[in-house]
Design a protein around this ligand. Structure first.
Ligand code: S3P
Length: 184
């Protein structure tokens, strides 16, 4: 795990009240969000679920199919904007949230801490058993290209990077929890 803050850093005493999980598809964001929220006593905000609500219950693949990716991205941006002032939440993002800078600016607003769940490409392929659930992960080749394009962007936005390869969700959560407590 690498982090841009440490227990000896007293210059930033703000206690994070909004934790934003980013990372590629199938990097474990939803699972970690639930467990971390429980540890922190926070609520979960699952951006994909909020998009589905705004789309009147259409699933993510249905939104892509019927309205196209731009429409999906517009809904995603609207959901990120709606989370600007939220406190006491762990936000689980979709892997493409970093495709628009404004999304991360809204999520980082009011003390949001961005945690990058970093997985190798081999791990995300192994985890993504249901290819039909992810319109941008329909083939390994397509996903590999996106993975390489996006990796530097996840790194650039991250306040904290946690490696998830070969780990169960509990140790990943504990690492995040300890780093956040150090910051408090
Ligand atoms: C996407 C990731 C998905 C979902 C949509 C687009 C992406 O979320 O938002 O299919 O562009 O990477 P997960 O990261 O939860 O799979």
């Amino acid at each position: 795990m690498s982090t841009r803050f440490s227990s000896s850093d007293n210059s930033s005493p703000v206690s994070p009240r909004k934790v934003v999980l980013i990372g590629f598809m199938a990097s474990g964001k939803s699972t970690i969000a639930k467990q971390l929220a429980e540890l922190l006593g926070f609520s979960v905000r699952e951006i994909d679920s909020l998009i589905v609500q705004r789309a009147g219950g259409l699933s993510v693949p249905e939104i892509f199919e019927q309205n196209g990716e731009e429409y999906f991205r517009d809904l995603e941006s609207a959901v990120c904007a709606s989370l600007h002032n939220e406190q006491g939440v762990v936000v689980s993002t979709g892997g493409g949230v970093i495709t628009r800078d404004g999304n991360l600016l809204n999520l980082k607003a009011n003390g949001g801490i961005v945690v990058f769940l970093r997985s190798s490409f081999e791990t995300v392929v192994a985890r993504n058993a249901d290819l039909s659930a992810r319109p941008l992960f329909r083939s390994v080749e397509q996903a590999k290209e996106l993975f390489e394009q996006r990796a530097p962007i996840y790194h650039a936005w991250a306040d904290l990077i946690v490696d998830t390869d070969g780990k169960e969700s509990e140790p990943v959560c504990s690492e995040i929890y300890s780093a956040l407590r150090c910051r408090a």
